[in-house]
Design a protein around this ligand. Sequence first.
Ligand code: GLY
Length: 380
Amino acid sequence: MDYQLENEDLKWAQETYEKLNDKIKAQCARLGNTIPYISKNGHYSDLDTGDGINWWTNGFWAGLLWQMYYASENETLKKTAQEIEKRLDEALYGFEGLHHDVGFMWLHTAAANYKLTGSADSRRRALHSANILAGRYNTAGKFIRAWNGDDRSGWIIIDTLMNLPLLYWASGEINDPRYSQIAQCHADTAANIIARPDGSCNHIVILSPDTGLRLEIPAGQGYASGSSWSRGQSWAVYGFALSFKYTGNEKYLVTAKNTAHYVISNLAYNNWFAVVDFRSPAQPLKYDSTAAMITACGLLEIAGNVSENEKAFYTGCALKILRACEKKFADWNIDNDGIIGGGTAAWHGKSDDTEVPIIYGDYFFTEALLRILGKSFSIW
Ligand code: GLY
């Protein structure tokens, strides 16, 4: 879509793209098929994660490389992304350590590879991961189970919305509506019981895995039960917009817009920065730039699906968010790993995952920038 940028925004985007391209080329030469998570002292390390090869963020570096390959046709980026895809086979075929985030892991690797190269092996990997995701569906509660562990069989979380495109894609790919039906049932349950009427949302809702009845609402990665974890809010904005993209069902677009308006007002109140939780005490002040970057992508998705006279609002808000974040948090030194600082994993997290560059912040910044320049492809 043509976002019809103002000249000044276009100049900023083009100049930023040049810096991004230099940075990614240098980072790719240094990291190769490393699977990075958090940049510590200017360096990403391999699989320095909470869960080794199964960790939910393990596809984002490959996804970023595919986006930059699409934009720049740099073959080294493509080759490196393909190597990471093969490394993830240990998780895909090991299977037992996997969770709902197979969408983040294989949309960004195998499905991206298949979409751009037609690789049959990659298609098989992506379809296999879709089957794993579909297998987590709970028919009593009409939701996809998020995480493993005996005590978590009834947990539905807002983040799962971003994995649903793997199911929508699989349905289209093999011409079988079951995957999309599961995705829509989950999205409906999320809209009914995770999203709140004012546009805010819970992170986690615990249901009875036997009956689907609501049992409890824990704090999750936010400040407290009933608060408003900003990254969860951003998953809602983008996730519901993506369910609309695949189904054309207006209720998902309405929910995406409702959550977007809530997030936009909170960001505008704070100079277009996201704090980790919109309903936490003012001190200590903690930012989460990743929530802002995901929101920007979600707003650009919404902008492509609203009437002509609404587009400028969503695009304009996305640009304000991106530009504020780039100015405050971007590190363009090509000798350092990590693009966007200020990312925070959880409100009650540790110091080494608070206000740091995180690989998914880098990914969503890249996707948003390439989107507004018309250089991105749809990984979702
Ligand atoms: N999906 C987990 C997170 O956003 O931290």
